[in-house]
Design a protein around this ligand. Structure first.
Ligand SMILES: Nc1ncnc2c1ncn2[C@@H]1O[C@H](COP(=O)(O)OP(=O)(O)OP(=O)(O)O)[C@@H](O)[C@H]1O
Ligand SMILES: [Mg+2]
Length: 246
């Protein structure tokens, strides 16, 4: 896909080892992956304009080649309900990220401003990830978000490219699978929508092997029939054989 190649080329020519969130989401959208409405804004005024187009509430996130973990830098503000909250969030993000840079003794490029996106319902949070093994190539990882991944390590892997039957098996073989299938009166989640995302990610990675690592974390899965949305997307790329900084 030309769009993806162009984004990766630009990132590499700027010496970056990851693509910005809007770029990652442009690529994913081109592969048919569902993403909440989004835009970018270099100034607080533009952030308000974009928020109004998207509709409140919105989320603002720092957009910088120097910030990979946005929350750690104080660069994410959720559930902003009006113009005043957007303006305050914009200023706070810039201030937080600047002082984060000073603490880390690196200068952080703030010129791109923020990523503005729809604040969506939480749904059931899952993680779809991709890693690259020097011997076996790309593998797709799947698990439920939060403690399920971080504490219980309840995840499963398959080599890419995935077939539909592989994706369905993955969804069913994690220990917490019942949460997706509906447990204790909870309606089942939209497993078809989740499987579609996994297959699209697999296709995207097969066609763009320069992807080193990828994270759709969180991906929100809603009630059966109501779909799923990728809330945050991170794509790390090869740069002169140099591994990406994490
Ligand atoms: N569009 C959204 N609507 C609702 N909640 C969101 C949205 N985007 C992000 N969030 C929430 O904010 C949290 C942090 O956002 P995000 O994942 O983009 O930041 P991050 O710094 O990349 O986090 P991490 O490095 O831990 O992955 C998410 O885990 C999610 O709970
Ligand atoms: Mg994230």
């Amino acid at each position: 896909m030309k769009k993806a190649k162009k984004i990766f080329e630009t990132a590499l020519s700027e010496g970056r080892t990851f693509v910005l969130e809007n770029e990652a989401k442009d690529i994913m959208k081109a592969y048919g992956i569902p993403i909440p409405a989004y835009s970018t804004a270099e100034t607080a005024d533009k952030a308000v304009q974009e928020a109004e187009k998207i509709g409140y509430p919105v989320v603002l996130k720092i957009l910088s080649k120097d910030v990979l973990h946005k929350s750690d830098a104080g660069g994410v503000k959720l559930n902003l309900k009006n113009e005043e909250e957007v303006r305050n969030a914009f200023d706070e993000i810039m201030k937080n990220v600047k002082s984060y840079g000073e603490k880390e003794e690196t200068e952080v490029d703030l010129s791109r401003g923020v990523f503005v996106t729809d604040f969506v319902e939480a749904g059931t949070e899952v993680i779809i990830g991709v890693t690259k093994d020097p011997q076996f190539g790309h593998a797709l990882m799947f698990g439920l978000g939060g403690i399920f991944v971080e504490v219980l390590k309840d995840v499963t892997f398959r080599l890419i490219p995935l077939k539909e039957v592989d994706a369905r098996e993955m969804v069913h073989e994690i220990k917490a699978s019942k949460i997706l299938q509906g447990v204790r009166g909870q309606p089942p989640r939209d497993i078809d929508a989740l499987v579609d995302i996994m297959l699209s990610v697999s296709k995207m990675v097969s066609e763009n092997p320069e992807i080193n690592e990828l994270d759709c974390n969180p991906t929100f899965v809603y009630e059966k029939g109501k779909g799923a949305l990728v809330g945050d997307a991170r794509i790390l790329i090869e740069n002169d054989g140099k591994k990406s900084k994490r």
